[in-house]
Design a protein around this ligand. Structure first.
Ligand SMILES: [Zn+2]
Length: 427
């Protein structure tokens, strides 16, 4: 049991104005990665680094790529085997069409208890909450056994090079668990879907629309691939079923394009076509097996479509000396993650949520990948994803966060660390 006086000591250090003020300052830095427009994470990272330095943290800034820094904030609270990492990313996605915004996307305007702007929800509000939580523990004077690391990382919305660099530089080596600070509306997320992304390139032969027999139309191959993906999805649903936290697996053709390059024209049979496939996985699915079945689908499509073309040629008494080809390339592979409900970091997150909200939190899963995916996959690290903000709001126009929930999130982060690093065994 952690004494009530100790909990109070920590919570007293969470100043709501500090959370709101830091969120606003972070949101006002446009951190959309857009080299042509001259925007990126550098200004946001420097703000976070300076804020942490002023509070006596050990701060390192490392460039992952030119103008794309990670900030690593360390504090050894006391001797102990555990190190808890808080992870929050500095980049935001584009505001898109500015005329659709009712607010300045980088204005951090507050209205009726909500702050509006790009990143308020995903995830600068939660980044501010984690920084304030770390500082609150530090100033509280409470005795802790272990260390805290803040990973303020770049490029989460892109290729997640920030977290990969953080891991490659050894910063995760001593970390025993991580809290991934993302908008999950107060839910304690202990699972994340995995993803396999692939491109099917269909190589036919271009021809005049009035003389299709002088070419090989890739369209029938595309139809078979799309149909085959639906079959693979149905099979996965049948064999692994529905994950209680993550829902169903899916094999989704997201981009279906012919021609794969250049303008489409009604009277031109395209020579090349492509399909991009976004496979989302749940525990129980084997990514190698998925890759194999996608490759097998390409091979089957080649056989079927060429056989069908040969049959047509025989019937018409012609002979097209070409073969249609399908090449599948894998673009990315991210495993699904699952942290055990009995893991100490999960117990700490649940305890902290209960302390702050007065009720038992709900468990959930994250539909997409986060930086936590790499921490889990490459470092075998237990991860919990939680934070303030409606889960549907990320990447939308008029993005917002509820400020009461955000301040509570800072409290939950602080108490999670208190519980996880409390000397002895608080459980
Ligand atoms: Zn995010």
């Amino acid at each position: 049991m952690i004494p009530e006086t100790v909990i109070e000591k920590v919570l007293r250090q969470i100043d709501p104005h500090a959370v709101i003020d830091l969120t606003a300052r972070l949101v006002r830095c446009n951190s959309v990665w857009d080299p042509q427009a001259g925007t990126g994470e550098a200004e946001t990272a420097e703000l976070a680094a300076q804020w942490a330095r002023e509070r006596g943290f050990d701060v390192a800034v490392e460039n992952v790529a030119p103008d794309r820094p990670n900030v690593i904030i360390r504090w050894t609270a006391g001797p102990g085997p555990r190190t808890l990492m808080f992870e929050g990313h500095t980049d935001v996605v584009t505001p898109g069409n500015l005329s659709r915004w009712r607010y300045d996307p980088f204005g951090a305007q507050i209205e009726k208890g909500r702050m509006f702007g790009r990143g308020t929800n995903d995830t600068k509000g939660n980044l501010a909450a984690m920084l304030v939580a770390m500082a609150a523990l530090k100033t509280s004077g409470v005795t802790l056994a272990g260390s805290i690391v803040g990973g303020v990382l770049c490029d989460e919305e892109g290729m997640m090079t920030g977290v990969q660099h953080f891991i490659a530089r050894g910063h995760a080596d001593a970390v025993t668990a991580a809290v991934v600070c993302e908008p999950q509306d107060g839910l304690v997320c202990i699972a994340q879907k995995g993803a396999v992304r692939a491109r099917f390139a269909v190589h036919g032969r271009m021809s005049h629309g009035a003389m299709p027999l002088s070419g090989l139309n890739p369209a029938p191959a595309m139809a078979r691939i799309i149909d085959g993906l639906a079959g693979l999805e149905a099979e996965a649903i049948q064999t692994v079923g529905k994950d209680p936290l993550l829902g169903w697996p899916s094999f989704t053709p997201t981009v279906v394009q012919a021609p794969s390059q250049g303008p489409p024209q009604l009277n031109v049979v395209p020579g090349e076509a492509e399909i991009l496939v976004d496979v989302r996985t749940i525990p129980g699915q084997d990514h190698d097996a998925i890759r194999n079945s996608l490759s097998a689908l390409a091979q089957q499509t080649i056989r079927d479509v060429n056989a069908s073309y040969r049959q047509t040629d025989r019937r018409l008494g012609i002979r097209r000396p070409w073969e249609l080809d399908v090449i599948v390339r894998f673009l990315s592979d991210r495993p699904c993650t699952h942290t055990d409900r009995g893991d100490p970091v999960v117990a700490s997150a649940v305890w902290a949520s209960r302390q702050v909200s007065g009720r038992e939190p709900d468990f959930a899963g994250v539909p997409g990948a986060t930086d936590g995916t790499f921490l889990w996959a490459l470092k075998d690290m237990p991860i919990v994803t939680m934070g303030a903000g409606d889960r549907q709001v990320p990447h939308q126009v008029n993005e917002w966060v509820d400020l009461d929930q955000l301040v509570d999130t800072a409290r939950i982060y602080a108490l999670t660390a208190l519980h996880y690093l409390y000397p002895g065994d608080p459980r």
